[in-house]
Write a protein that binds this ligand. Structure first.
Ligand SMILES: Nc1nc2c(c(=O)[nH]1)N[C@H]1C(S)=C(S)[C@@H](COP(=O)(O)O)O[C@H]1N2
Ligand SMILES: [Mo]
Length: 398
């Protein structure tokens, strides 16, 4: 009864009143579901109603999702207006005054209900962390592996890096008390379909796992989870549940859509019987990766060009970025801002390339402190996750 998300009729009434929150039926696409070309956000003809609150103009649109153009980014921080949106359902409009977070479940000592003020009163953590969708780069499976993977055909921009502030999930859980026999902590959203992603107690109690209230210094924008979202550094974006309404502590492993059917590695190399009740290997951590901040394909003018990009690893700051043109030797790029003080942030890199007229292929490759590096070949999986090949980036120099 305390559910704070407005229902569809209320949201539409607000829209009619000019409040500007947009809503429509979900398009049924999932991360691993039907391919989301632009314009398929609504079934049944007419103009597809937007399902985001923010202006979609700067983005590449894929169904219910908005992809950032990395070339538009300048510094370390992705501005909120340019941060990609990955929605399984329309952005809900949540009233911050009646909002309540419920924390409980069989693995909790007691059930507590927390208002936004209660959450603001807890010790506040600040961290700069990137969030990347597990399906980022899915659109390259065809060219890299010869097979198309189903789902939104993202390029390189289903990723962003922001400063997040809010209480640690550990401090929130402490108010309910975590029993010794607790196994999983499920974080559940207030959007239609109640997106949820459980994690082991240890990950929930990691000091870097927070319930963010602000993004880059302002309250979370509606599309990014207002008023409360989980930020789970190192894990793929689907675990950073937006519009959190309930945190459920369980005494058994929790199986939900996000770790059984969507967000699993599926295909010949992941026999389903080995992962039951999941259809494949459930995805938790992301991959070591790098991407050029250029359109794909890119067009450049001849002469010495300073090229830049972003590099990241779920295991802390990257150690090295190298680049190569036309399968030539690997050369080390300059790293900008890779710091042990920001273990969850991405890093920037840059290098100079002497661009001669013609068609070229540039690749970049990151290595993290643990020695993990990007492979030169990509491996196919049916739902198109975690591609981290040193990406061949086509460049035409005119
Ligand atoms: N409640 C809820 N949380 C969610 C989602 C969602 O659809 N509903 N999408 C997830 C996925 S798949 C990703 S990649 C990230 C994207 O976060 P962003 O939209 O703020 O960029 O949010 C995650 N959290
Ligand atoms: Mo995602």
């Amino acid at each position: 009864m305390d559910r704070a998300a407005m229902n569809r009729r209320e949201a539409l009434a607000l829209m009619a009143a000019g409040v500007g929150a947009a809503a429509c039926g979900p398009d049924g696409s999932t991360e691993g579901g039907a391919a989301g070309g632009s314009g398929d956000a609504a079934a049944g003809g007419g103009d597809p109603a937007p399902i985001w609150v923010k202006d979609s103009a700067p983005f590449v649109q894929h169904g219910t999702n908005l992809e950032t153009r990395l070339a538009d980014l300048q510094g370390l921080i992705t501005p909120n207006d340019l941060f990609f949106v990955r929605n399984h359902a329309p952005t809900p409009v949540i009233d911050p005054v009646s909002y309540v977070l419920t924390v409980g479940g069989p693995g909790a000592v007691r059930e507590v209900q927390l208002t936004l003020d209660d959450l603001r009163a807890l010790p506040s953590q600040t961290l700069i962390a990137y969030i990347e969708c597990a399906g980022n780069w899915r659109g390259f499976f065809q060219s890299i592996t010869g097979r198309t993977a189903s789902g939104s055909q993202w390029g390189t921009g289903a990723i962003g890096c922001a400063e997040w502030t809010g209480p640690s999930l550990a401090d929130v859980l402490a108010l309910a008390g975590v029993r010794d026999d607790a196994v999983d902590v499920n974080v559940i959203g207030l959007d239609d379909g109640a997106w949820e992603r459980p994690m082991p107690v240890a990950k929930a109690l990691d000091p870097a796992t927070i319930l963010a209230l602000t993004m880059n210094g302002v309250p979370l924008p509606p599309d990014h989870g207002f008023p409360v979202r989980a930020v789970v550094p190192g894990w793929v974006g689907s675990s950073s549940v937006k519009w959190v309404g309930r945190v459920e502590v369980a005494t058994e492993k929790v199986w939900v859509r996000a770790n059984t059917s969507s967000y699993v590695l599926a295909g010949e190399e992941w026999p389903a019987d080995q992962y039951a009740p999941a259809d494949g290997a459930p995805i938790t951590t992301g991959m070591v990766k790098s991407a050029l901040a250029l359109p794909y394909p890119a067009e450049l003018t001849a002469g010495t060009q300073r090229l830049r990009g972003f590099a990241y690893s779920p295991r802390g700051p990257v150690a090295r970025v190298e680049w190569s043109a036309n399968d030539g030797p690997w050369t080390t790029a300059r790293l900008i801002g890779a710091s042990a003080d920001m273990p969850h942030a991405w890093s920037r890199f840059e290098f100079e390339w002497d661009a001669a007229p013609g068609e070229h292929v540039l690749r970049t490759r990151t290595t993290d402190a643990a020695g993990d590096t990007q492979p030169l070949e990509g491996v196919y999986n049916e739902k198109g996750y975690l591609l981290n090949v040193a990406l061949p980036h086509p460049v035409r120099v005119g």
